[in-house]
Design a protein around this ligand. Structure first.
Ligand code: ADP
Ligand code: AMP
Length: 214
């Protein structure tokens, strides 16, 4: 099962991707998490990516594509994966198709989690992230058991620098300009599925399971 999660920043891609990964026993591959882990470890890739991420811009395609293609080579990807935050541009989608064609594989579903822009800024300012394990919470909708502490690994939760409202507005613009065209790209391949991301997260997940098990 190879799945792509599409949607604006803050639409709930990561939240749903984790649940899909848990239920269907496939890895959750988040390019944002991989890049943040590189920043935390001060790798060369992390130092370069940070300049773009802090401004809410996309990291250049060449850096992100090789990172994902390398990740696919790991043993846990043999039965598929759920991609979260990749592809984010048409050239990334084309590079993904080329890499998969070369090994006679293809994407099964591109699931678009639809949330209007007006809901996004609120969601992002309430998001709290764990840099230890990648878990995500929301201070109102999905709070951790103990304020500021990750339920899963006990690390401190942070407000991501790029979740500040002014950066979120820039990320939304980047989304509409560069990522939204992927909806048409995957629709033309007949693998696009739409879910209403404004619903409660459990209902969003039920809709996704219905699609995957149809
Ligand atoms: P993305 O991966 O698309 O950027 P996240 O999964 O991190 O988005 O979700 C963004 C924020 O919204 C997080 O704080 C998350 O806890 C919260 N969230 C996710 N899904 C829902 C939902 N259905 N209703 C309300 N809040 C949600
Ligand atoms: P995310 O965690 O998916 O919200 O991503 C956070 C940031 O990481 C984005 O705003 C980009 O700067 C960068 N990023 C993550 N995935 C990609 C990608 N596929 N292409 C380019 N930049 C990316």
């Amino acid at each position: 099962m190879r799945i792509i999660m599409l949607g604006a920043p803050g639409a709930g891609k990561g939240t749903q991707a984790k649940k899909i990964a848990e239920k269907y026993l496939v890895p959750h591959i988040s390019t944002g998490d991989i890049l943040r882990s590189n920043i935390k470890n001060s790798t060369e890739l992390g130092l370069e990516a940070k300049q773009y991420m802090d401004k809410g811009q996309l990291v250049p395609d060449s850096l992100v594509v090789s990172l994902v293609v390398d990740r696919f080579k790991e043993a846990d990807c043999k039965n598929g994966y759920v991609l979260d935050g990749f592809p984010r541009t048409i050239p990334q989608a084309e590079a993904l198709d080329t890499a998969l064609n070369a090994i006679s594989e293809k994407v099964d579903y591109a699931i678009n989690v639809e949330v209007p822009d007006e809901n996004i800024v609120k969601r992002m300012s309430g998001r709290r992230a764990c840099l230890g394990c990648g878990a995500t919470y929301h201070i109102q909708h999905i709070p951790p058991k103990t304020e500021g502490i990750c339920d899963t690994c006990g690390n401190e939760l942070i407000l991501r620098a790029d979740d500040a409202p002014e950066t979120v507005l820039n990320r939304l613009k980047v989304y509409h300009d560069q990522t939204q065209p992927l909806i048409e790209y995957y629709s033309a391949k007949n693998i696009l599925k739409e879910v209403d991301g404004v619903q409660d997260m459990k209902d969003v997940f039920n809709d996704i399971v219905t699609i995957l098990e149809a």
